[in-house]
Ligand binder design. Structure first.
Ligand SMILES: Cc1cc2nc3c(=O)[nH]c(=O)nc-3n(C[C@H](O)[C@H](O)[C@H](O)COP(=O)(O)OP(=O)(O)OC[C@H]3O[C@@H](n4cnc5c(N)ncnc54)[C@H](O)[C@@H]3O)c2cc1C
Length: 342
């Protein structure tokens, strides 16, 4: 299509941390392969974009997972994820190579990065999608229009969104919605190294500390005492961890906390998480939505702490405390320590 001359291929942002590539990148590459196969007349490739420091040798892995080409941006400024430098580098990659579509995982990183790049490029972005397809009618006219579907209204409706007026067509896509194709070590592909031109190497934001996610690798279904973290406790997770440690329990979370990136999905309690039945469940800053309650209401004893006296969680609690988590939890830690010392 003349309007978008020079734009081609489906690009996938390959997210990595400390050189370990997140599955979602490979899931998206696998799905992108199906899309390019559905429109052979376009002659599109699947291109992985790998940003980081000391990650050049990972390009082969990306090719083995289905990429035809990998653009590697290897720079010390990209060692850890940083919104400013990652967005700068990715914007330059797009301007240089002109992808027709650009897919990113709807992870904490992808959700931060993709909108910024889209805004800089003035490109359309569909966020948090669960399905992608190509409008095959348009392929006849030489256009690879991406149909991106995402849930809305709490998952009760699905909307399909198109971005016909700008390129690249950008989308963030939830992890685990697509299967990862089997690895083929015999695949060969092109590796292109790209050196960004930094306007500044001074970071606008300095990361002082990175908090690990809540209770990664813990089996919450076996815990006798659970401290449930809700959105109202996101700023006080250290205290929740401390209470759990003092009581010999574990910390679990609502879906909101998982979606906000503070907890691993493995510790989510509820309808789409795990069902737990501990002796004691302390619900901290949890509203008490039915989908959460479904996973914990059979706990032997429930203590709820919430600043809103009308919160639904109080209806199922054996004991309720109306107050701010950030004020209550330090006192609770202190009292537990005192009681244990006595
Ligand atoms: C199909 C479907 C499946 C779902 N599955 C699950 C599931 O498996 N598990 C799950 O948990 N959810 C699930 N949900 C989401 C669920 O509907 C709620 O959105 C979610 O449980 C809300 O989490 P929350 O209570 O942490 O956050 P919110 O609803 O935002 O509540 C936060 C609470 O914290 C309180 N608060 C805020 N600040 C403070 C403070 N400083 N001190 C004290 N209290 C404070 C507020 O008063 C509020 O009550 C599902 C939803 C759908 C549609």
């Amino acid at each position: 299509m003349a309007k978008f001359d020079g734009y081609k291929d489906i690009y996938v942002f390959v997210e990595q941390k400390d050189g370990n590539i997140a599955d979602v990148g490979y899931e998206l590459i696998s799905e992108a392969r199906k899309l390019v196969a559905s429109m052979p007349e376009m002659g599109f490739n699947v291109v992985g974009v790998l940003l980081g420091s000391g990650i050049k040798d990972k390009a082969g892995e990306v090719i083995a997972h289905g990429a035809d080409k990998v653009i590697v941006v290897d720079d010390p400024l990209l060692k850890d994820y940083n919104t400013q430098f990652y967005a700068d580098a990715l914007t330059q990659v797009v301007n240089e190579f002109k992808p027709d579509s650009f897919l990113t995982g709807a992870t904490v990183e992808g959700r931060d990065l993709a909108p910024r790049v889209a805004a800089r490029l003035n490109a359309g972005l569909t966020a948090d999608a669960t399905k992608i397809a190509i409008d095959l009618d348009k392929v006849k006219d030489g256009e690879a229009l991406l149909l991106v579907t995402r849930p809305t209204f709490g998952g009760n409706l699905f909307g399909t969104i198109v971005c016909p007026n700008t390129r690249p067509q950008m989308a963030t896509i939830r992890p685990k919605v697509f299967d990862m194709a089997p690895v083929d070590e015999t695949r060969t592909g092109e590796v292109i190294e790209f050196a960004p031109k930094w306007e500044t190497t001074e970071p606008e934001v300095t990361i002082l500390e990175v908090e690990p996610k809540l209770a990664e690798g813990i089996d919450i279904t076996k815990a006798d005492i659970l401290i449930g973290a809700g959105r109202g406790a996101e700023g006080s997770l250290d205290y929740l961890n401390e209470v759990a440690k003092e009581l010999g329990g574990e910390v679990c979370a609502t879906r909101a906390v998982v979606e906000d990136g503070f907890a691993d999905k493995a510790v989510q309690v509820g309808q789409t998480g795990k069902t737990v039945r501990p002796t004691l469940y302390i619900a901290c800053g949890i509203s008490g939505a039915v989908q959460h309650v479904a996973g914990m209401e059979k706990s032997d004893f429930i203590i709820a702490i919430n600043r809103d006296p009308e919160a639904e969680i109080f209806k199922i609690a054996n004991l309720g405390y109306v107050g701010k988590i950030e004020e209550v939890m330090p006192l609770l830690v202190e009292e537990i320590k005192k009681a244990k010392a006595a």
